[in-house]
Design a protein around this ligand. Sequence first.
Ligand SMILES: [Zn+2]
Length: 145
Amino acid sequence: MTIHKWSDRRAKMSPEMQERIARRTEEHLVEMNLSELRRATGMRLISDNDLPIGVMNTCATCGVQFALHKDVETVWRGSHKAFVCPNGHSLAWSDKTPQEKELDALRARVKELEAQLVETKQKLEQESVKNTNLATRLELWEPSK
Ligand SMILES: [Zn+2]
């Protein structure tokens, strides 16, 4: 048995035959029930129920919706790495993660406390000098012996 490539066989057909085949294919595709097609190909429509741990995202450029596993999204959000939507648009999460925001807040708090510490040390030094001066004056006016 000889196997012929469909494209080769189609090329040898008359234009009328090619057109008839194309029209019939078109008709069959229209008649095919989408759910039958999915069943036949093993494809399923992803619903929210199918993705209890998935997160739906929308491409800001083309608006296509796509799902990412929650863990993948968490890592990608944290790394701010670039990725592409199903239509190939480059995307990246530039927003800070809750952990990054908390870290920023804690860093700001540490800076604030360090500034307070410097100020307090300066005040303490000033008070210490005042105390020494007062003690010296008191010693002059009322010697302890
Ligand atoms: Zn896109």
